[in-house]
Design a protein around this ligand. Sequence first.
Ligand code: CMP
Length: 168
Amino acid sequence: MELVSRMMEGSLPYDIGVVSESTEHDAPRRRDAKTDRLQAIPMFQACSQRQLTALARIAEVVEVPAGKVLARAGEAGQEFFLIMDGTAHVEVTPKKQVQLGPGAFFGEMSLIDGGPRSATVVAETPLRLLVINRRNFSTLLTEIPDLTLNLLEVLSKRVRQAERAVAP
Ligand code: CMP
């Protein structure tokens, strides 16, 4: 079962301050607080208010404990993750692990090419994540076109790293 669905079910904790809906009346204030927090993420600092509002609508903030497997190599992937707090490790090969910290993202590859997860990603510490599902991922790139370049840069680095990891 997918992460966001489990969060919605209540079997995963999530950031009450960001996503809980106490009253209709509070909604604009909560959205402002969420856009403020999104703007504090370096990747979104250059975003306009309109872009941040669109992002706040499609992104969920999720908290997971250390040890949680967020992506498993070979399985289908449905979410894109951006680390807000904490660290995760990516098992690129059995011998090569990469640590990702605040501001780093993962899960983009399966959403871009529709293939299975290329690596297993595990929470090293408790994590606060921004999660965007497959359906909203293309909305994200349409709303914030500069992100595509950022994604391509990071993907190029990951390809180089992976090639170095398997080089004889
Ligand atoms: P995806 O294949 O969807 O799921 C596993 C994720 O691990 C992958 O997307 C990338 O986000 C991430 N990943 C794969 N290879 C590397 C790498 N060499 N360095 C950092 N992250 C990686």
